[in-house]
Design a protein around this ligand. Structure first.
Ligand code: DX5
Ligand code: ZN
Length: 239
């Protein structure tokens, strides 16, 4: 039986001068979780927000908060995000392995790897799990599913369907191949992030995703509740 679809609203497209109202909008819409896109200007080209925003929104919502850490050295910041109230920590595989040639230096994007250092990741899995929170392993579009050894130790996988850094980008179909492969064996949550909208959502659900992250489709919708209702109504077809 297929899993129910969960919608994770990224506040990247929220109106930050009215953040509390925007959080309420997410909650009232029936969305399942909040997705906070943390960007450091090194792992990705731009800087967004950090733990202070997680700390600010955590007391005003019942929704679980996912911190999507698009930052270098995530291990150095896990405690901060856990203490700030994040319920799910999404770390990038590209922070745990030797980067491919062409993305070593500052300003070279997207970051990509072919392998990860499993023991390094295990330390972070332990830290997050010991605090009672969940950890998702995230991969950029160009990075393969190179973490089969730790699949039974993590709570979810977040498949990027755009190169991280910005909202409103076009969905990259490479994500579908990875979702299909992963969903054959992985029992945890399978999330997808980037370019999820009315044109692409059915295909990601068909391919096996059960958590849909969205920023621009939600905040750009005339009626965000309808957008959430639509996403949550999706069931895999043709499988
Ligand atoms: C991209 C972020 C995504 C982004 C999604 O770097 O990780 O979460 O906000 O935005 P949309 O839904 O507009 O593609
Ligand atoms: Zn994200």
């Amino acid at each position: 039986m297929s899993k129910d679809i969960k919608v994770s609203v990224s506040i990247l497209c929220a109106d930050f001068k009215n953040l509390a109202d925007e959080i309420k909008k997410c909650e009232d819409s029936g969305a399942d979780m909040l997705h906070v896109d943390v960007m450091d200007g090194h792992f990705v080209p731009v800087i967004t927000v950090g733990k202070m925003i997680v700390e600010a929104i955590s007391p005003i919502t019942k929704m679980p908060i996912e911190a999507h850490l698009m930052i270098e050295n995530p291990y150095a910041h896990l405690d901060d995000f856990l203490n700030a109230g994040a319920d799910i920590i999404s770390v990038h595989a590209e922070c745990y392995g030797q980067r491919r040639e062409g993305c070593w230096n500052f300003g070279e994007f997207p970051k990509e790897v072919d392998n990860i250092d499993v023991e390094l990741v295990r330390k972070d899995i332990k830290k997050v799990k010991d605090s009672g929170k969940e950890i998702f392993m995230t991969v950029n579009p160009g990075t393969p599913l190179c973490f089969s050894e730790i699949l039974t130790e993590i709570d979810g996988v977040l498949i990027m369907s755009v190169n991280p850094g910005f909202a409103k980008q076009k969905f990259m179909p490479i994500a579908l191949t990875k979702l299909e492969e992963l969903s054959k064996t992985f029992q945890g949550d399978i999330a997808v992030d980037g370019g999820v909208n009315a044109d692409t959502a059915q295909s990601v659900v068909n391919a096996g995703a059960n958590v849909l992250a969205t920023a621009s489709y939600f905040f750009g919708a005339k009626d965000p509740s309808e957008a959430v209702k639509y996403l949550k109504s999706l069931k895999p077809q043709g499988y």
